[in-house]
Ligand binder design. Structure first.
Ligand SMILES: *Cc1c(COP(=O)(O)O)cnc(C)c1O
Length: 423
């Protein structure tokens, strides 16, 4: 399926029924699976044969989505997780132990930032943060023998920074360290990180992948190309796993993916539910179509807002004036998605008034689904902060985040226009 275009993979990859089977994947709503003889079960546990034995580790419906997303990303192996956050946590648990560190962009999703800055340190894993636009030498200084991976987002949520793939890939290659990219807001339709030097790709499928705000989920895609064999940076891949019959993961074709599932999914059970995998599968059928509409709508809206007298600034990398425009042209040639932010000429109260008058775009903390939504951090998620604290946190008091949906763009612009009149 590798050679097919993304639009084809979106609807075809992951599931092909045999004669008489259902055309779309059934929901295998079962914790356990039947085997007629003891040897078959034994072979399963020894990883000598493929098959399912308990839904805490793997499930046929989840596997369909895993295969689809892996195909979309051009990767070797997918692991469906209960949420985007659990995908990131399982990745860190698979690679790190107490005493290790990770090197990460500080422009990452808020939940990711909390996990890295607060929770992982409680387990002895240190996170070293860099500014996404820092020069390579500065980032390289953070990497040492105990660094297990470098982490960044293709399009950072909510800062909307476009990742400098060439810089990051060359830093990681030079150090021989895994390069992990959260591709949630770009999706494989707009960017394929594995082709740009990443080794592992993470998704919160709760966003564009599902697209309908219906199902929480996450996905880890192992590129399958990184060499762990005799690599001193990854001793845990080169020593027998006594909890799994002495398996040495570096010897396997999919080292990371197998270790992640056999150890960490086994120990946590943070797997995607079959129902959510089914809903996400349905949603992903239209991913390519939807992303095209998100991009075209957002481009028109960004252009409209950038000329509006009541708008101070617009951050959207498809705009020729945007700081990341050149990078976006290079890495996101087909568009930069539906997420943008802009500053309203007015105080916090004026912004709140604008938000209240919107009739189509609703106020939500969610982003990246078919319906447009807006968030004004200063009057909602960050309302406890003073104006000085807001500025220190990099959130202008007049910043509005807009996730552009797939509605008719003229309707969306008319809605923004009437709400801006109240400012
Ligand atoms: C939402 C999001 C996550 C977290 O995913 P959940 O499915 O909400 O757990 C991680 N990364 C990015 C970029 C996100 O937007």
């Amino acid at each position: 399926m590798d050679k097919l275009h993304l639009e084809t993979l979106c609807v075809q990859a992951g599931y092909s029924p045999k004669t008489g089977e259902s055309r779309i994947p059934p929901i295998t709503q079962s914790t356990t699976y039947f085997y007629g003889d003891a040897q078959a079960m034994a072979d399963l546990f020894d990883l000598k044969r493929d098959g399912f034995f308990y839904t805490r580790l793997a499930n046929p419906t989840v596997e369909v989505l895993e295969k689809r997303v892996a195909a979309l990303e051009g990767g070797a192996y997918g692991i469906g997780c209960a949420s985007g956050m659990s995908a990131i946590l399982l990745t860190a648990m698979t690679l790190c132990e107490a005493g290790d560190n990770i090197v990460t962009s500080c422009e990452v999703y808020g939940g990711t930032f909390n996990l890295f800055s607060t929770t992982l340190p409680k387990f002895g894993i240190e996170a070293r943060f860099f500014d996404a636009d820092a020069p390579a030498e500065e980032i390289e200084k953070l990497i040492d023998d105990k660094t297990r991976f470098v982490y960044a987002e293709t399009i950072a949520n909510p800062a909307i920074v476009v990742l400098d793939f060439d810089k990051m890939a060359s830093i990681c290659k030079k150090a021989g360290v895994l390069f992990i990219v959260d591709n949630t807001l770009a999706t494989p339709v707009l960017c394929r990180p594995l082709e740009l030097g990443a080794d592992i790709v993470i998704h919160s499928t709760s966003k564009y992948m599902d697209g309908h705000a219906a199902a929480l989920g996450g996905m880890i895609v192992d590129g399958g190309k990184f060499c762990y064999k005799d690599n001193p940076r990854y001793p845990a891949f080169n020593t027998p796993d006594e909890s799994y019959h002495g398996l040495v993961y570096a010897n396997l074709p999919v080292a990371f993916g197998t270790k992640c599932r056999a150890q960490m999914m086994r120990d946590t059970g943070a797997i995607m539910s079959p129902q959510n995998a089914f809903l996400t599968y349905l949603g992903s059928d239209t991913l390519a179509l939807r992303m095209e509409r998100h991009c075209r709508n957002a481009e028109k809206i960004a252009e409209y807002l950038s000329k509006h007298p009541k708008i101070e600034w617009v951050r959207y990398s498809s705009l020729p004036t945007d700081k990341y425009h050149e990078r976006a042209k290079k890495y996101l040639p087909n568009g930069t998605g539906g997420m943008m932010s802009f500053g309203i000429r007015g105080d916090v109260a004026a912004c709140a008034r604008f938000m209240e008058h919107l009739k189509i775009a609703t106020q939500e903390t969610h982003v990246a689904d078919v319906r447009s939504c807006v968030l004004h951090p200063a009057s909602t998620t960050h309302r406890q902060l003073t104006e000085e604290q807001l500025v220190a946190a990099g959130i202008a008091p007049n910043l509005v985040r807009l996730s552009v949906g797939i509605e008719n763009v003229d309707d969306l612009i008319a809605d923004l226009a009437q709400a801006l009149e109240t400012v």
